[in-house]
Ligand binder design. Structure first.
Ligand code: ME8
Length: 649
């Protein structure tokens, strides 16, 4: 099979930030995953270099647009290898062949009668590089750039987008996976339920010269979106290249929701006018926010990928991005969240499993993978690996990367438990149980091999190390061929291990504190301003390590009832994800029936205690408000639905 995956081509009016990095990591991960399954893959990214924004940015820097775009485009190009992102093609809209193809498409669409000349007055947002409708404005400003759009009246060329409105609606309805996640498909259909206006596709040279000249009127240049979207075709050799059709048939675009309309409406109608089949899929993700605001160059709250990599390492950042964001929803960036993921998921769970297993293999079987004995008696890891492999592939194919990683971590966590339950250190002391020891060690080594295979797309560098430690070449089919080796039992007994360094040394939280000092200083200041009564110092300070021992989870309340003879306690049955009972002192604050279905935060690893004869297995968190000498409790909850049992970072 063939895969063609693209990112947006980024504007070169500023340097790359984590938002750009995220989309490009997603496309890179997907392309690596499809390669694991045996596909021929083409992955394209690039830079969008024409238009008002770029001309303005060059002007500010006192250089020609060409000098300016060359410099910033290079910054994008050189950032991607730092993140282990390997595109097959990096396209620039100033490339000669792109310019020629845009002009020939414009001529074709014009000749067909789909472009006409007219007068137009509209509200133009330079940040978005497009006219906004009144409906899109929030209190008179662009919702993304928080600026008042300019009213512009001029004569221009228009593309008859409206002509293709019904065809597009029909296509979306007939192909439920055309735009995913579903919320974005619904957004587009809702937009299309109103008559579509035609699209202004030119700018007079009196206002802007930095663009591709219209082939049929040299007094105009092409509107930047009409130019930019065509990159998806020119990058694969449209129209003449032999490889074009093979890639175009399977084209998948990844974008964030800011550019949904150009991709889900302008682009398909342009393609329909050209007489080409529509792209296969549009994958839309949410925003990375900092302090609840979209990370954006115009707001200035950006996180630079290069700085993150230096501090935390490439693979920790790739993992963090994919694990922390539920594709389609917004996510919050914080340095603390990166450190927590690194220390807990990578150093503790994965790193420890790897180092414990390889250390035991070195100690108990001279660093050689033993042959399993009585395999049929012990299929716990093999069975779980089977289900994880299915979930992993389904979710990777549907861009639910956080779920793929959750599934892989189930296997890691089960394998860590497997070590504790099977006590290899005891087995080795008993000559009659050496066969059992060999089975246990084989199962653990095979789990590591499968983990190396499954984590390749997300953490390629780490997987090279993991493969090496298992005595396998980085390109061994055992760790790079999911189609043939994505099943249990492929690691050959007799494989000799090699020594490698720890995969993820725990993050020194002090060091991290230094580097994020500025951020926390700022936060502290804000906190103080918010609550003047907040104490200056906090008593009973605990370390980050101590805090990490507290397991916080999201739990769904599935039953609630008063506790007999108590006017303070309620007995709650929660799913977290296992069912458990928690006795909570919230009777005066909530009616039992109001609690059903609520997603609350609980401390999951408290030692059980008996309250009024009922064993309470945990504690529910609530805000404690002191008002007029009385205490009011308000349960802490999450602001969007999440599966019960989700961890709290
Ligand atoms: O729109 N969170 O370029 P652009 C997540 N040139 N993703 C983010 C993000 C954030 N806070 N900020 C940016 C353009 N992105 C056009 C595209 S395509 C034919 C032309 C990512 O530089 C995300 O992928 O403004 C978003 O869609 C893209 O950068 C916008 O990049």
């Amino acid at each position: 099979m063939t895969t063609y995956i693209t990112t947006p081509i980024y504007y070169v009016n500023a340097q790359p930030h984590l938002g750009h990095a995220y989309t490009t990591i997603v496309a890179d991960t997907y392309s690596r995953f499809r390669r694991l399954t045996g596909d021929t893959v083409r992955f394209q990214t690039g830079t969008d270099e024409h238009g008002d924004k770029i001309a303005e940015a060059a002007d500010k820097e006192d250089c020609s647009p060409k000098e300016y775009v060359d410099r910033i485009s290079e910054m994008f190009r050189t950032t991607w290898p730092l993140l282990d992102i390997k595109p097959d093609n990096f396209i620039r809209t100033t490339d000669k062949d792109h310019v020629a193809t845009v002009q020939s498409i414009l001529q074709q669409v014009y000749d067909k009668g789909d472009i006409y000349f007219d007068k137009y007055t509209g509200l133009y947002c330079t940040g978005c590089e497009r006219f906004l409708t009144e409906k899109e404005l929030v209190e008179g400003t662009c919702p993304d750039h928080k600026t008042v759009p300019d009213e512009i009246a001029e004569e221009n060329y228009f593309f008859r987008m409206s002509r293709y409105q019904q065809d597009l609606i029909d296509h979306i309805n007939a192909n439920p996976d055309f735009i995913t996640p579903e919320r974005y498909k619904n957004e587009v259909l809702s937009f299309l339920s109103e008559p579509l206006e035609d699209l202004c596709i030119s700018r007079p040279t009196s206002r802007l010269t930095w663009g591709i000249p219209l082939p049929f009127d040299e007094k105009f240049v092409t509107y930047v979106w009409f130019d930019a979207l065509i990159n998806y075709l020119t990058g694969i050799g449209y129209p003449d290249d032999d490889q074009f059709a093979g890639y175009w048939d399977v084209a998948e675009h990844v974008i964030a929701k800011d550019i949904l309309k150009p991709h889900a409406i302008y682009w398909p109608t342009m393609i329909l006018s050209m007489g080409l089949p529509l792209y296969k899929k549009l994958h839309v993700h949410g925003y990375w926010n900092v302090d609840e605001t979209k990370m954006s160059k115009s707001i200035g709250n950006v996180i630079r990928p290069a700085e993150l990599i230096e501090e935390y390492g490439v693979d920790s950042i790739r993992y963090f991005c994919l694990r922390e964001m539920s594709f389609g929803l917004d996510a919050s960036f914080s340095f603390d969240a990166v450190v927590a993921r690194k220390n807990s998921d990578l150093a503790n769970d994965l790193g420890n499993l790897y180092s414990r297993t390889t250390a035991m293999l070195v100690k108990y079987t001279d660093g050689v993978v033993p042959a399993p004995v009585r395999v049929d008696d012990d299929t716990v890891l093999a069975d779980l690996a089977g289900t994880v492999l299915v979930t992993y592939q389904e979710t990777m194919n549907t861009f639910q990367f956080h779920r793929s990683l959750q599934a892989v971590w189930e296997l890691i966590s089960q394998a860590n438990k497997y070590i504790v339950t099977n006590e290899p250190w005891a087995l080795v002391k008993d000559t009659e149980r050496i066969g059992r020891l060999h089975t246990v060690l084989y199962n653990l080594a095979e789990t590591l091999r499968l983990l190396t295979l499954l984590l390749q797309p997300v953490m390629p560098g780490t997987c090279v190390k993991m493969a090496k430690g298992l005595g396998l070449a980085a390109n061994s089919p055992l760790v790079t061929d999911l189609a043939n080796n994505g099943c249990w039992g492929m690691l050959a007994a007799g494989t000799g291990l090699q020594k490698i360094d720890a995969l993820f040394p725990r993050m020194d939280t002090k060091k991290k504190q230094q580097s994020v000092k500025q951020e926390s200083k700022k936060k502290n200041k804000e906190k103080k301003n918010r609550n003047k009564q907040a104490p200056e110092t906090i008593e009973g300070v605990i370390s980050f390590d101590q805090f990490q021992k507290v397991q916080l989870r999201v739990a769904e309340i599935i039953a609630a009832e008063p506790v007999k003879k108590s006017d303070r306690l309620l007995k709650l049955t929660v799913k977290a994800p296992e069912e458990r009972v928690i006795v909570a002192g919230i009777a005066g604050h909530y009616q039992p029936e109001d609690l059903l279905g609520m997603l609350v935060l609980i401390v999951a690893n408290l030692k059980p205690v008996k309250l009024m004869g009922i064993e309470s297995q945990g504690m529910v968190l609530a805000a404690k408000v002191e008002e007029n000498g009385k205490t009011r409790l308000v349960l802490s909850t999450v602001c969007a639905p999440v599966p019960p049992g989700s961890g709290v970072a």
